[in-house]
Design a protein around this ligand. Sequence first.
Ligand code: ADP
Ligand code: MG
Length: 867
Amino acid sequence: MIRQAKGKTPRRPPPKKPSNNQKDPVGVYCRARPLGEEDEECCIEVISNTTIQLHAPDGLKANRNGEFKETQYSFKKVFGIKTTQMELFEDVAKPLVEDLIHCKNGLLFTYGVTGSGKTYTMTGSPGQGGLLPRSLDMIFNSISPYQAKRYVFKPDDKNGMEVQNQVDALLDRQKRESQTSVPKTPTTRRFDPEFADMISPEEACKASGVDEDSSYSVFVSYIEIYNNYIYDLLEETPFDPIKPKPPQSKILREDQNHNMYVAGCTEVEVKSTEEAFEVFWRGQKKRRIANTQLNRESSRSHSVFIIKLAQAPLDADGDNVLQDKSQVNVSQLCLVDLAGSERTSRTRAEGSRLREAGNINQSLMTLRTCIEVLRENQMCGTNKMVPYRDSKVTHLFKNYFDGEGKVRMVVCVNPKADDYEETLLVMRFAEMTQEVEVARPVDRPICGFAAGRRQRNQAFKEELTRRLEDRGGPVDGDSPTVLNQLLQSFPPLPPCEISGPNDNVTLPRLIEALEKRHKVRQMMVEEYNKTANMLKSVLQEQDSNLLSKENFIQEQRGRLGEKDKMIQNQKNEIDRLEKKSKMLEYKIDILQKTTNIYEEDKRSLQQELESREQRLQREMSEKRRMESRMQGIVTDAKLKWEKECERRVNAKQLEMQNKLWVKDEKLKQLKAIVTEGKTENQQPKRPSREKDKVPAKRSASPSPVPTGPPVRPLHRRSHSAGGERWVDHKPTTNVDLDTVLQPNIPNAIKVNAPNEKALSKCDKYVLTHQEVASDGEIQTKLIKGEVFKTRGGGQAVQFTDIETLKQENPLAASRKRRSSETGPDGEPMEGNWTDVETRCSVALEMRAGSNLGPGYQHHGYPKRRKP
Ligand code: ADP
Ligand code: MG
């Protein structure tokens, strides 16, 4: 309620919190419209009169693997498709109109996707009037007999209301009527075809408890908020058909009671439903024209219809409005048809339209944010700033949320499948909105009880008479007759003219009359006193009665107040605890979430670390492999080339030496021929080379060239390869190695497997055994033994010696030898010294190695008995 500020009262401090701390949640109602086409897919179901269920359409379920189940939403009331406009009005808007008449503010808005029935619900259609026309109708049905004359109430342009006396009002009326054609209150109902039969007469309803001692006036304003600009739809601007002026936007102001209002907005005083309708349709028409001219989309604008009800008490006579501005009460009911709540993509807007859509969405978004913050503040006891100022819609209704008033919302839903996702969002918002609480408006009756002042006076008189009658007093119905009788018996004065000094008639007659009169007068005084006393006693009695009653009431009130206080305290305590527990829950929730986030982080970091380590390991091993491969390649190439070089050098050397030898021979022959003449008698036979060598050497000039081939004399063959007869055992599995050195055993019987016959003929046995050495080379071992005749007549072999034939790369061999001699720590390498055999071989090799060329090692082996 917007109570008029008294002229002398200073501006109240800003936080205009209502004195009462009773709060009501925002009333959220849900209305489902019927499907456009019967066979369309329907995605909502009204479960009960408070619950509605949404189920995902088939297509969506398939897309999302059926993850969407049915969701249920509960509201104060859910209205199914069969709900009539009247039923909806009864539940939703009627209480708001009752409140309006009892000086309380109300806000009612429709929310939903475009096409969900917001406008149908708010405005309706012919024969199916919506909440707005019904509200207007109810207001006028209730206050019609008590309306003030036009211009008695006069808006002061600061959201306040002046009150004028009858004369000023009349002057104003005449002035305005002469200026403009103010619509006269139509005498016939429903005169405009556009809203003909919006409400059928039988549906008309009326508020109860209208204060008959007040005078009322209704003012309406109609604004549109588009693209966050406010337009006055009732502003009368002269229309220029050639160059139509774009509508001017209005600004919001705060009045001295901190209520928001649209500055300079037209407020039309209406005296009947029809007149109000007419004004509404005028605004609608203007809205339509503006939308067409400016190429706007009506679904993107919010329309706000404001009904203001001014009421002030009548004066003592009950004839005129009390001329006291501070006694004027103004309450208002805002009926808001919000823009479609859908996201922009749905309508495929482009360019400036997209921007506009953004702004409209922005206002709805701000509305959502405000509701969210309010809810959080109320639930968690926080004091976050509610961003009302972020959009015009929320700014205008700021006072409803942080001041007092009843707020109701009708959420409209279209059951069609296309709207499913948007409807989900609408439902969530609506459900959340219910959790916001708004201060309940306090009762402020203007003139006490409902009965009119004159009627009350009459009732008082009747009561008084009745009581006097009861006491049998003379002041009741008979008293006038007693008095009349007395008055009638009041003797008239006789003629008082004295005819002469001896006139003895006139004076005594006069005396007699006067005496009579005196008697009557005394009687009358007595009667009067009696009546007065009676009246006094009645009044006193009544007074004392009243007093005792008042005392009693006072006492009861005091007790009630105490009880109330106690209850209130307990309620407050409960509220506080509830809020605290909610806040703690909220905090726990947040902490839980934070922990989850940290854990998630930790896990991901660990994973990353592991993967990096693995990568590093992989790279390292790759590197090592590469290194060894490269080393291998290098060594191989080096060895190959070294071998090759050596081979070539040796070949060349041999060739050169051969050539030298041949030349030497030729020279010798030449010398022989030259010296032949001198020594003709000497032997004609050419001396053998061996024999020749020494004398030649002796006689010849000292030549540096060696006479024999520079090959070292052959190593003495093992004694084992002497003149004895051998069994040469070569298993067929042996590989024929292309080595230069081959065992040459003369006088041997070659066998693949030892047999009696061969053994009986021989006294020596040799087994050519091949095996792969630790360095990968094939080793050929000649395992030698002696053949004995056994006592039983058979043969036995006793192994005595092993010769090893081994091919080896000279460089690799030397390197290997070096590394095998000592390990990295100077200790002999393990593995190479593991068995006695190898140790002995190596030891012997050291001894024999100097005589043998690379590639051939003669390993002596100590005699070993066969186990
Ligand atoms: P909105 O204002 O939400 O965009 P409208 O109120 O214009 O939607 O409704 C779209 C259409 O659906 C209109 O033709 C209206 O008559 C129809 N409609 C909406 N709600 C109902 C209802 N409850 N019963 C019958 N028709 C309805
Ligand atoms: Mg609409």
